[in-house]
Design a protein around this ligand. Sequence first.
Ligand code: XLS
Ligand code: CA
Ligand code: CA
Length: 436
Amino acid sequence: MSFYPNIPAIRYEGAETNNPFAFRWYNPEEKIGGKTMREQLKFALAYWHTMCAEGSDMFGVGTMDKSYGGGDPMRQAKAKADAAFELMEKLSVDYFCFHDRDIAPEGRTLAESNERLDEIADYIGSLMQKSGKKLLWGTANCFNHPRYMHGAGTSPNADVFAFAAAQIKKAIEVTVKLGGSGYVYWGGREGYETLLNTDMGRELDNLAYLLQITSQYGRKIGFAGDYYIEPKPKEPTKHQYDFDAATVCGFLQKYGLAKDFRLNIEANHATLAGHTFQHELNVARVNGAFGSIDANQGDMLLGWDTDQFPTNIYDTTLCMLEVIRAGGFTNGGLNFDAKTRRASCTPEDIAHAFIAGMDAFAYGLRMAYRIIDDGRLDAFVADRYSSYESGIGKKITARSATIEELEAHALALGEIPTRTSGRQEYLENILNRIML
Ligand code: XLS
Ligand code: CA
Ligand code: CA
């Protein structure tokens, strides 16, 4: 039985094709930079958006049918898994990501939820074996249920903290069982609305403790992949603790978690933090914390998390440039944490959304290598800092310059000789010339 009879298997047909159900830029087996595009890009399907979200918003109910034939919730969960694997196969998407509650419905008790999760995880495990699809990362949904209304690890209620720890323990077990290469902590409601009722110091200490004990447990049961924190500045809470990449790196260092955690950078969250996607990736990289990516885009005219499929080829190009400079993905990949618009309500819309996102990133990968091969941008930056390669600059670079030496050097300089241009517009021209 097919859940997507109108979606054909999507193949690469090249830039000239007019077939709306074909890739123009994503050619999975083509080698670029010594690796296949499939290996370089590691696309993943986000179970919650693609398989679960029905298009509801604050003003209206769902517009899409994601009931997979309906009936008992466990039957539906299995049908949903069948549908997910059919879709991944047709789209040539090799990985997927899920929250515990996306794949199996929550039960009346934690024990019942765990049993359901085990049953569906085993079912998904058998589909993975048959298809060769892999789990990029798992996570726990510790933000949807009303028990988490004041946070999970940052809840003022210790019982809620314990419940969250137990839920995450189970989600890590399932991730390990399915061979996941990552585990994500997105701080759903880990933040606050008003300091009138909030002890921020205690909440941050507790959050760090939750990460410590759950991540250590994962190592104990054999999790060898990466833990990621996914920064986001706001929504649902006004002040999310994991505001942006820089904030999270500081947090990880303060609590001794930097060795074990990397970042999962989401494009739309960068926008909400007032940063570019590239900035967030760069911050992760220079802190040795680059890990994985939630690939989507926001709308620059809207102040919320629209989670749109990415189509902006400048952003995908500059993103892939950062990924290459970080040495490429190891355990991470490009997860389409994105959904079709509420008014795009057919399965075919989902296919077009994935094709658009995959082609935009494949194009970005091609352009990123073109930029590197061209060499002008790298040469410009190297030249801009060349004063650090000789004389006093070399001593600064070697951290051997004394303050007295620097003073003597400065006194001898008189006026600093030239105003040098940063040549931004010249460089923007180069970027366009390489890309167009
Ligand atoms: C929400 C987040 C979330 C995480 C996983 O804005 O993007 O979906 O990626 O919990
Ligand atoms: Ca995300
Ligand atoms: Ca988002």
